[in-house]
Structures are given as structure tokens and as C-alpha cells.
Ligand binder design. Structure first.
Ligand SMILES: [Zn+2]
Length: 223
């Protein structure tokens, strides 16, 4: 499994173990892991941090993220993997006053074995991206293209990186981060998020809830 999406039984039986999206638009990351589905308690905890600014919520979220990083089975002592939080655009960061991905990555570092590092400012978001709501995958890829820039290539050249974010929906954002990081010389780029939205069995596209989520996030950002 590449992106961690739920596979239909037929895909598991006859496919290459990849979802349709990964076959059509291969992501730039080597593999993506998440702790759990974006619902119930996990969703509440992320909301608490992101929208209600309850910063201590980063601690349990970091512990959960560390669990999913474990699933990558990286030999930290040898590889010295570097956590790279997905950056916010400077205007968004000023408005929220913190980057939730960075807080989660910092907290995760405390639960991870020695050997892991954090590079919080090696990647910057150089332009604001418009809301991804209602965009199909191809449009999302276009929308994100060129949104990020590496500030210090010497910090990541030849390294194993883990792009960290709170939630992954289609993976377009972390994939664009991975593309830019590899372009700057990273050897391997994984993605780890606390939660991810999964397709409902038999449903086309993402659930209404997941779509609504981004509307909500956008509204929060604009007040
Ligand atoms: Zn996939």
C-alpha cells in the first residue's frame, strides 16, 4: 500500500495493491502512513488544536503520530530521519499564530527513539493556495503546484525525510512537498499524518463530511 487508502476487495485480489488514484496520479512520496481515520475523537482533538487553539492537544497528537512513524520501520540510528512539517503561508501562520503540523512534529519527536530530527523551516509555502474544496485530483495537483520552496537544501540532501501534517485528504499537499524535497536532493520522502479521510466503501469520491471539513476550515480561516 502506497497512500494508505482503503482498497476494495477486488483491488486486493487482482491489483498491484495500489488504489486507483495512485495508479492514475502516482504520488511523489515513497509511502504515507496515518494513525487513524479522521473522525470521532481524533477529529475532535485536531479541531481543538487547530481551531480552538488548545495548544496542549499537540502532545497526544504527537504521540499518535509517533506511532504511525513507527510503522515506517525506519532504522533511526542509521538513517537519522528528518521530520519536515507541512508549512503554512506566512499570512496564515500570522493569523493562526502557530503551525499545527510543526507543533505535532515537535511533540512526536519526544515520543520517537533517538536519531530522529526536526527541520521546521527547511520548507516554506511561497504562495497561498486556494481552497481545494470541489476540485478533482488533477485540479488539486495544479492548484498546489509550485506552492512550496526549500530554503536550505544542504539540510536535506541525501537524507530520509518524513513530511508531517495533521490530516491527509487526497495526499496532494504532501505529494507536492515530497516532489520539491526530492528535487532539492532528498533521498527518500515519506509522509506521516495523524489522521486521514478515507473513501466510504462503494462511494464515489470523498465523503460529504470530508468535503465539508475543508469548507469549515476555509471559513475559520476567513473570519
Ligand atoms: Zn493510493
Amino acid at each position: 500500500m502506497l497512500c494508505g487508502e482503503r482498497l476494495a476487495p477486488a483491488q486486493l485480489l487482482i491489483g498491484n495493491g495500489q488504489c486507483q488514484a495512485c495508479c492514475e496520479y502516482p504520488p511523489n512520496f515513497d509511502r504515507a502512513v496515518s494513525y487513524g481515520e479522521y473522525e470521532a475523537g481524533l477529529r475532535q482533538l485536531i479541531h481543538l488544536l487547530k481551531y480552538e487553539r488548545v495548544l496542549p492537544a499537540a502532545k497526544p497528537l504527537g504521540m499518535l503520530l509517533a506511532h504511525s512513524v513507527d510503522d515506517l520501520r525506519l532504522c533511526a540510528a542509521k538513517a537519522h530521519p528528518v521530520l519536515v512539517p507541512v508549512p503554512l503561508h506566512s499570512s496564515k501562520r500570522r493569523e493562526r499564530r502557530f503551525n499545527q503540523a510543526e507543533l505535532i512534529a515537535r511533540a512526536a519527536l519526544k515520543s520517537l527513539p533517538r536519531g530522529f530530527e526536526l527541520a521546521a523551516h527547511v520548507l516554506v509555502r511561497k504562495r497561498e493556495t486556494r481552497s481545494q474544496v470541489g476540485l478533482d485530483r488533477e485540479a488539486r495537483i495544479q492548484n498546489m503546484h509550485g506552492a512550496f520552496r526549500v530554503t536550505a537544501p544542504e539540510r536535506i540532501a541525501g537524507r530520509t525525510l518524513i513530511v508531517v501534517d495533521d490530516v491527509m485528504t487526497t495526499g496532494t499537499t504532501v505529494s507536492e512537498c515530497a516532489r520539491v524535497l526530492k528535487g532539492a536532493g532528498a533521498a527518500k520522502v515519506f509522509a506521516a499524518t495523524v489522521a486521514r479521510t478515507l473513501k466510504r466503501a462503494g462511494a464515489q469520491g470523498f465523503s460529504q463530511e470530508a468535503q465539508g471539513e475543508e469548507v469549515e476550515a476555509w471559513q475559520f480561516a476567513s473570519v
